[in-house]
Ligand binder design. Structure first.
Ligand code: 6R9
Length: 666
């Protein structure tokens, strides 16, 4: 639906801060402010081919120009299917991120690396990045990687992670990054599902002063990946105790010097796949979300340019890992496509102390800072003294991502970090959307603490009644959030499973993309994202599938059955609780609980470990055997009074037992 001011009163909202303009080096990218946003937005919805066609021509470099910006032409999802973009065009992602800037301005910093230990970082210019990308591209070609092959990446946050991704897309191959906090088992599943034959990793990683034995985890994973031919190992710590498989394992530094500093990019078609990124869904099996090349690049480029108002000399610090979509779009692609400088931070917000982010901001004069609310909650709790003694006057934009940001955290961010002079951009989006879909435009949109505000160009959000699927029109409505039209950076499919893609996103509500989130549109047209309506728990901005944790628990030989639910947690947003029934009685329940936590850490990764394990003799089930997680959630929230009708359960008496166990243990 087109937007108009009549429906957007903005009585209770906050204007873009004056300080944003005082700190601005020139003119914002949308100089005409709100009126211009409305005009552009309406054009983008009414005629997406024209709007995105013009932007793609203006901002991306094409080897072969495209002929049709969108197919099928027109609007919306047609015949239950999505759209393809920029047909017959050819381009290369690494050329767009690196070459075109390196050719003009080779000495400009592309990457500022902040190592785990302060003062151990370095800067990589666009010229240097181009050489490294070209050399690693040749290493991969030598290892037999071809256009359309997938390469698994399991790396810490070092500049070489960016080099790796860009080298892979330079030869038309597909990167599949696995977050280096995932366990060997999760890594193995992703390597097998993506059919990757090459893995790129490091000897070890350093985070918060701790060593992680990255390569050992890869070795463990590869025990059941017989098709992996080679492992390229970047030397991070140089540990002398590195297991090595002769013939399979190769050192990054030994291979890179075998090659010349330039190799031409392999052009791909717009719709060719640039990467896979696995994400959790409602079932136990992670989905390989598959992204295009041109559409994805355009989404990352435009949102970085407009939402964050990035200018050529800006320095973006996205404090997210390249193992998640935020790292892909706003550490790597978005900043580099715009020719800006990106900060790659290896460490944690608490090491050596809670002022680390602010030290980095001041040291490098960061202009856009972007982080998840979970980190802000940690820093707010640690005390404002860590931020107050910093200058921070370079910051124009403060972004938030990954989960709803509570109003008091928003206010703290605004007051203590932004000092009222930065635009707070609460950006709502998903792995599947590729780039921001609902977010304030810096210097343009009004904001309300806790609301992601208004849709980005080309996004036509709707609120649907969850049960009937009927569109709830007008303001002051609440339901599930869906999008009426395809946009360039949306995922194209689930790797090897188009049916699952349709079932998850396009079939639940016919004619719409279904986000899986609940949302409201308030009386002034602002969008408020309320959280997942499916079996996904958001812990510290990490998306976890309850089913995946349940399948991990079952791996323990004592576990008969389990049900995992999320519950509110002050620090992490949500935490994981696992209700577990054991196959037999045990003498040492405390010990068993510890083992169960270890099992999840081992099967998925430390970040998925349940905060609470509740041992019960049975789980509440319907007569057809479905576990009633709703009841477990209510019991945990202390809402025993509103459990609803439990008489239809096959085992109603179990509820009393669960209530008393939770009261005793939780
Ligand atoms: C980018 C990213 C996606 C899920 C999404 C939603 C939650 C993300 C949010 C937000 C409220 C925001 N989410 N941003 N909820 N406000 N600004 O996080 O991708 O890991 O795929 O997670 O995260 O529930 O559906 P991803």
């Amino acid at each position: 639906m087109p937007l108009d001011n009549e429906h957007l009163l903005h009585e209770n909202s906050i204007d873009p801060p004056k300080g944003f303009f005082e700190r601005h080096p020139g003119t914002p990218n949308i100089p005409g402010g709100w009126e211009e946003y409305l005009k552009l937005y309406n054009q983008s919805i009414e005629n997406p081919s024209k709007f995105f066609g013009e932007k793609a021509k203006e901002f991306l470099s094409w080897a072969t120009p495209f002929t049709d910006a969108r197919y099928p032409p027109g609007n919306g999802f047609q015949n239950g299917d999505s759209a393809a973009w920029f047909l017959n065009g050819e381009l290369n992602a690494s050329y767009n991120c690196v070459d075109r800037h390196a050719l003009k301005n080779p000495d400009k910093p592309a990457i500022i690396y902040e190592a785990d230990e302060p003062n151990q970082g370095r800067t990589v210019t666009y010229g240097e990045l181009l050489k490294d990308v070209c050399r690693i591209a040749q290493v991969l070609t030598d290892l037999g990687v071809k256009k359309g092959d997938t390469v698994a990446v399991y790396l810490p946050m070092v500049p070489e992670a960016i080099t790796t991704l860009l080298a892979i897309v330079r030869i038309g191959a597909i990167h599949s990054v696995v977050f280096a906090g995932f366990s060997a088992g999760s890594l193995r599943d992703r390597i097998l599902d993506a059919d990757s034959r090459i893995v790129i990793t490091s000897d070890e990683s350093l985070r918060g002063g701790k060593i992680i034995e990255t390569k050992k985890i890869v070795d463990e994973a590869l025990k059941s990946c017989p098709d992996v031919r080679n492992v390229l190992v970047f030397k991070r710590t140089g540990t002398p105790h590195l297991p090595w498989v002769e013939g399979r394992d190769l050192w990054w530094h030994e291979e890179i010097i075998k090659h010349v500093p330039y190799s031409p990019p392999v052009n791909v078609r717009s719709e060719d796949t640039s990467f896979l990124l696995y994400t959790s869904g409602s079932t136990g099996k992670p989905k390989g979300i598959q992204h295009s090349t041109a559409g994805y690049l355009l989404g990352a480029l435009l949102t970085t340019k407009y939402v964050f108002d990035v200018q050529g000399d800006d320095i973006l610090f996205t404090a997210g890992d390249v193992g998640w979509i935020t790292g892909h779009s706003y550490v790597v692609y978005g900043p580099l496509l715009n020719g800006a400088t990106t900060v790659v931070f290896e460490g944690t917000p608490a090491y050596p102390d809670y002022s680390r982010y602010w030290d980095i901001v001041d040291k490098h004069k960061v202009t856009q800072f972007y982080v998840a609310p979970t980190a802000l909650r940690l820093l707010k709790r640690a005390g404002s003294k860590y931020v107050q003694n910093h200058d921070l006057s370079s910051i124009r934009v403060l972004g938030s991502v990954g989960e709803p940001i509570a109003a008091e955290v928003w206010e703290w961010y605004n007051e203590y970090v932004g000092r009222g002079k930065a635009h707070i951009c609460d950006t709502y989006w998903q792995t599947e959307t590729g780039s921001h879909i609902i977010a304030p435009i810096a210097g343009v949109s009004k904001t309300k603490p806790g609301s992601a505000s208004f849709p980005f160009f080309g996004i036509d959000p709707v609120i649907l009644d969850a049960t009937t699927g009927e569109e709830l029109k007008g303001n002051n409505v609440e339901g599930v959030l869906a999008i009426r039209n395809p946009w360039p950076s949306m995922a194209r499919t689930v790797w090897k499973d188009y049916n699952r893609f349709l079932d998850t996103y396009l079939r639940p509500y016919e004619g719409y993309y279904f986000t899986g989130d609940g949302a409201a549109r308030d009386q002034e047209g602002f969008y408020w994202v309320l959280g997942r309506v499916d079996d996904v728990v958001n812990v510290s901005g990490h998306r976890l599938s309850t089913a995946e944790i349940e399948s991990a628990l079952i791996e323990h030989n004592l576990v008969g059955e389990s049900a995992v639910v999320g519950f509110p947690d002050e620090l992490t947003g949500s935490a994981v609780a696992a209700f577990v029934s054991l196959k037999k009685d045990v003498d040492n329940p405390a010990e068993v609980k510890k083992e169960l936590i270890l099992t999840v850490r081992k099967e998925i990764g430390p970040f998925a470990a349940p905060k609470l394990i509740i041992l019960v003799s049975d789980l509440p089930k319907t007569r057809s055997g479905k576990i009633m997680r709703r009841i477990l959630r209510k019991v945990l929230a202390g809402e025993e009074d509103s459990l609803g009708d439990i008489s239809t359960l096959s085992n109603p008496s179990i509820v009393e037992e669960i209530i008393s166990t939770v009261k005793r243990d939780a």
